[in-house]
Design a binder for this molecule. Structure first.
Ligand code: NAI
Ligand code: MG
Length: 331
């Protein structure tokens, strides 16, 4: 029996999370789903976007499944990642058959540092009309994220992938912060017998478009990872296709990378794939690798048959698409 803290949040979070829950229930595994509130709606009701009760529920669970927050995202998900010390944000980028991807053969992972960088939350108005944000890069957090990336690359190599680790930074301009980031990357790389390379993040942004099939593990700082991963998602069918896992030494929080999508919320047209894939990542985190594989296979079949939401060219609703995946698990 796994204790899962479920946070639907706002907008399409209320549609894609139930879809993923439908699929999880169809696996035959035993779950104890504990629903908790966070986001704009609870903020409007109570003045608090991330209630203490929710933090406690997240800490007491085996894993957290999160939908999306709206305008309060910084006070909800960015905060929750810090509270749970999930220092690695893992964002797989994969081209699935049947999806209109801009390129095929894409299968790599963006590992984004999740606790510092420009999202350290240190902003100030130092004078009228003059504002600053402090970009924090520490050796210890950098070492942690690079070790995580190389360990992942080692495992991927065992599965027959290249095991190459690519670091994206801007050390030519951010000489001190990214100077340390880049140096630490190559220091950590010495402990592994794996290919390691680095690019400036602006060039990297071009490469994930021009030759995404050449990457295996891409590791970068917080803001750069945020930006690169949405672009990467655009290459493989859009935000509705891109899951993520926030993992640390203790906790795991899994979510689609997209937000609350107010433009399509309440219409049952949100693509549940990203959230179902986040649930797959959660199953792997819980060491249910066989079941995870089964769910991904079922989803792949549904995608290939175009039994999808309209953004992928299908005609099904969010919940109907989840039913199609579930049906294949029950058989
Ligand atoms: P968004 O990711 O919500 O939407 C961007 C575009 O992608 C929209 O056109 C939307 O319709 C589409 N889209 C997103 N998910 C989709 C899905 N599953 N299926 C089909 N289409 C999908 O980002 P946006 O519009 O910049 O932000 C909306 C709200 O979400 C904001 O309030 C923002 O603060 C919040 N946000 C929250 C995040 C989180 O909770 N992790 C992450 C990003 C944004
Ligand atoms: Mg983002």
């Amino acid at each position: 029996m796994y204790k899962i803290c479920v946070i639907e949040g706002d907008g399409i979070g209320k549609e894609v999370i139930p879809a993923a829950i439908t699929v999880l229930k169809a696996t035959g595994l035993e779950f104890d789903f504990n629903y908790a509130e966070a986001g704009d709606e609870v903020f409007e009701k109570t003045g608090v976007a991330l209630p203490e009760k929710t933090i406690e529920a997240a800490k007491n669970a085996d894993a957290v499944l999160f939908g999306a927050a709206g305008e309060t995202a910084a006070d909800v998900i960015v905060k929750l990642r810090k509270i749970l010390d999930t220092y690695a944000n893992v964002r797989p980028v994969k081209s699935y058959n049947g999806i209109n991807c801009l390129k095929t053969g894409i299968d790599y992972v963006i590992v984004r540092e999740n606790t510092e960088g420009l999202y350290a939350g240190i902003e100030a108005e130092i004078a009228d009309g003059i504002t600053t944000a402090t970009r924090v890069i520490t050796r210890s957090a950098s070492e942690k994220i690079f070790k995580f990336a190389f360990e992942m690359a080692k495992n991927r190599k065992e599965e027959g992938k290249s095991g190459k680790v690519t670091c994206a930074h801007k050390a030519n301009v951010l000489k001190i912060t990214d100077g340390l980031f880049k140096r630490t990357f190559y220091d950590v790389s010495k402990g592994y017998n794996l290919p390691a390379e680095d690019f400036y993040v602006d060039a990297m942004n071009m490469y994930i478009i021009s030759r995404p099939e050449t990457f295996d593990v891409v590791v970068t700082s917080n803001l750069f990872g945020d930006i690169l991963s949405d672009g990467a998602a655009g290459m493989v069918g859009g935000l509705g296709m891109a899951p993520s896992g926030n993992v640390g030494d203790k906790y795991g929080l899994f979510e689609p990378i997209h937000g609350s999508a107010p433009d399509i919320a309440g219409k049952q047209i949100a693509n549940p794939t990203a959230t179902i894939l986040a649930a797959v990542m959660m199953l792997r985190f819980l060491n249910e690798n066989k079941i995870a594989e089964m769910v991904e296979k079922a989803l792949e079949e549904v995608l290939e048959l175009k039994l999808t939401t309209p953004d992928l060219g299908g005609t099904l609703s969010t919940s109907q698409m989840a039913e199609e995946v579930s049906k294949r698990l029950k058989n």
